[in-house]
Design a protein around this ligand. Structure first.
Ligand SMILES: O=C(COP(=O)(O)O)N(O)CCCCO
Ligand code: NA
Ligand SMILES: [Zn+2]
Length: 313
């Protein structure tokens, strides 16, 4: 069933588990996300960036948004697990409005690059519009920066979420779920030194807001995938992610949505490189993504179990 993201996350927040939010840009990722959700009996949160919407619509934003809603609903309306579609990192009004108009379950307004008062003002406006048509809203406080080794350099300190600001922000904006910056960063090269998140801030934000919380930059960059891809010519030197144990701890302290894109991308390209190296005569697009899809599906199933949302559909 096609549901509102808030419904999935409120339940997760009550029961202290988390749901992976999985980025798609094409049909193949959607297919394996749905298969993984059905096999693990897990709720599914699918998300698309503004870039994915531009990509799918060949530059036409509303067309791209509608394409993703129609693709996701074609699956969601025919299966018995809850499925939501979310706009990730909405930074431009045009994309946020296109997603709302097309029928997305929820949108992120990412105004975290602006000063607190500005972020609050922008977010409040988007919440009013989205809530008027039953769409839920995610916002971000603080900025995604790695914590340098174990010393929190002062500018990084400033980038991390301020728990007291989070309480005021949630109160004044009415936002449905919040992404507090606690030391993660996007992509395959996280953390300068040891992987470290600011769990003290996380616990405070949870207690002060009592909202479902989102962890961005949460890919783990599994080393076996990195090695496999490198075996077939990839150069992922220095790739590093969030260790599973740290993810589990984040869930214990109140993270409920775990944004995962890089791990899916790395698994897909490792599988593609391996398949093409071993099948020089193959040119059927229903075949040459086979290994890629298997690897992506395994990453997703493992993460659903790690975050404890398996059998929670
Ligand atoms: O926070 C995330 C996921 O971060 P990660 O790069 O760790 O998968 N996202 O918002 C997904 C898109 C951003 C770039 O990949
Ligand atoms: Na998001
Ligand atoms: Zn993100």
């Amino acid at each position: 069933a096609y549901v509102n993201t808030k419904e999935i996350l409120e339940k997760a927040s009550q029961e202290f588990y988390a749901v992976p939010a999985l980025n798609i840009n094409n049909l193949e990722f959607l297919q394996v996300i749905i298969e993984a959700g059905l096999e693990e009996r897990a709720p599914v949160i699918i998300e698309t960036s503004e870039g994915a919407i531009k990509y799918a619509g060949n530059g036409n934003i509303l067309r791209g948004a509608k394409l993703f809603v129609d693709m996701v609903r074609a699956y969601a309306d025919t299966i018995d697990i809850p499925v939501a579609l979310h706009l990730d990192h909405g930074k431009h009004f045009e994309f946020i409005m296109a997603a709302i108009k097309a029928g997305y379950s929820s949108v992120m307004i990412d105004a975290s690059e602006y000063p607190f008062e500005e972020n609050l003002k922008i977010t409040k406006k988007i919440v009013e519009i989205a809530h008027s048509v039953g769409v839920s809203v995610e916002a971000e406080l603080g900025r995604l920066v790695g914590i340098e080794d174990n010393v929190i350099v002062e500018e990084h300190e400033a980038a991390l979420v301020d728990p007291d600001e989070a309480a005021e922000f949630v109160e004044k904006t009415g936002v449905d779920f919040l992404a507090p910056a606690i030391g993660t960063s996007h992509g395959a090269f996280k953390f300068k030194g040891a992987a470290k998140l600011d769990f003290d801030r996380l616990k405070k934000v949870k207690n002060l807001t009592n909202k479902p919380l989102v962890l961005h930059g949460a890919s783990s960059v599994p080393q076996e995938i990195v090695k496999l891809a490198e075996e077939y010519g990839a150069n992922f030197k220095g790739a590093k992610g969030v260790p599973s144990e740290i993810l589990k701890e984040a869930v214990r302290y109140g993270i409920n949505k775990v944004n995962t894109d890089t791990d899916l991308r790395m698994a897909f390209v490792a599988g593609l490189r391996e398949f093409l190296a071993g099948n020089p005569a193959e040119f059927d697009p229903r075949k040459y993504f086979k290994t890629s899809k298997e690897y992506v599906k395994k990453v997703i199933k493992d993460r659903m179990r790690l975050l404890d949302c398996a059998n929670k559909a």
